[in-house]
Design a protein around this ligand. Structure first.
Ligand SMILES: [Zn+2]
Ligand SMILES: [Zn+2]
Length: 377
């Protein structure tokens, strides 16, 4: 008997949205522009809509609701909830349920909704084109969200909000700018298609292309180019390793406008309780990855006196870890003293001096480690 693989039913409604909006953005938008032109005001509104849409997903759906990496004032949550309906990526409830399953079962072919192991196309868009079980709403993993009236409201009126924001608002704003059709084409179609695919890159490209400096236990990668396309979400290896940190781009020079937005709003007290992973934990995971990579390379070229090299590598690793832990506990002590308002100034100065000394020895130890591991690069 011939063996057949049963595939879930096709989602023609979803397909028509992607194909329809894609064709309008690729053909009608440039034709209209060449024939009638778009007003500068419409381009300015287009940029505002792009950021509203993109950041509502990254700062709102992703870092606020799915991961709870910070808290936000009602006004901020309202703006993100509306921006999420504008983004046409399903309600907060469905999006977060899928995303939490993605982190929990990452790379599991059956349970990870976007499963990168099933190919670039599947993780980018294919997972939405059929009625897969993995992408169905799991109420059990979002019980903390269902109690939020704003989340419940957005879920209940999702399609009404989505239609109003994607069609009526662009038409209305376009009319105010003197070109309703131009408004619909730029703020509606073009913005939606660009934002769809740039967000989808986080599930596709960010699991295929880039480095794994923090962990290789799953396929997530850090990639600066993808970060530029995804409002900072391209530092996906860091994110999958430390998912509740409000930052994805850890360093100041890494492009992460989502982190900058959350940080700036905290200065206005519109966001608060921003979560950060302790620096020693981050550094320990980097060093552990470097140890893993150097060990693999030493074993690959056994003729290089492997046993001696491995033992020296372990020694350097242990020394670095001891210094890192000493620095971390001293830093903790210093932060506690600062919190207690430095009642004993002499004690404060003593701890500060010890911290400086440990910082210097950590720097030296890091340098030794880099020099040692780089020879196997
Ligand atoms: Zn995530
Ligand atoms: Zn991911």
């Amino acid at each position: 008997m011939e063996k057949t693989t049963e595939q879930p039913a096709r989602r023609f409604d979803v397909m028509s949205i992607f194909v329809g909006t894609g064709l309008v953005a690729a053909l009608v938008v440039p034709w209209y522009g060449l024939t009638y032109g778009y007003d500068t005001l419409l381009w300015a509104l287009f940029i505002i809509f792009m950021f509203w849409n993109g950041l509502s997903i990254t700062a709102g759906y992703h870092r606020l609701w799915a991961h709870k990496s910070y808290q936000a004032h009602f006004i901020v949550r309202l703006v993100f909830a509306l921006g999420g309906a504008l983004a046409l990526q399903n309600s907060i409830k469905v999006w977060c349920s899928n995303h939490r399953n993605h982190h929990r079962y990452v790379d599991d072919e059956l349970r990870d909704p976007y499963a990168p192991v099933k190919g670039l196309w599947f993780s980018h868009i294919g997972w939405m084109l059929r009625d897969y079980d993995a992408s169905k709403l799991t109420e059990a993993n979002i019980t903390d969200l269902t109690a939020d009236p704003l989340v419940a409201f957005q879920h209940k009126y999702y399609w009404l909000l989505a239609f109003t924001l994607n069609v009526l608002a662009p038409l209305g704003l376009g009319a105010l700018a003197g070109d309703a059709i131009g408004g619909l084409l730029l703020l509606g179609f073009l913005r939606l298609v660009i934002c769809h695919h740039t967000t989808f890159f986080i599930n596709s490209l960010a699991h295929y292309w880039g480095d794994q400096p923090y962990s290789d236990e799953n396929s997530a990668r850090d990639n600066a180019y993808v970060a530029w396309l995804t409002y900072g979400e391209g530092y996906h290896n860091f994110h999958h390793t430390f998912q509740w940190d409000y930052r994805n781009g850890l360093r100041w020079y890494q492009f992460d406008p989502t982190k900058w937005l959350i940080g700036s709003l905290s200065l206005l007290r519109l966001t608060y309780a921003l979560k950060r992973v302790a620096p020693e934990k981050i550094e320990a995971s980097i060093v552990q990855m470097q140890l893993k990579q150097a060990t693999t390379r030493i074993l690959k070229f056994r003729d290089l006196n492997a046993d001696e090299m491995l033992s020296r590598l372990d020694q350097e690793y242990d020394k670095l870890l001891v210094t890192l832990n000493a620095w971390a506990s001293c830093r903790h002590e210093w932060l506690e003293l600062k919190k207690a308002n430095m009642t004993h100034k002499w004690q404060h100065n003593e701890v500060r001096l010890k911290l400086r000394q440990l910082e210097a020895s950590l720097e030296l130890q890091r340098f030794r480690w880099q020099m040692f591991t780089q020879q196997f690069a």
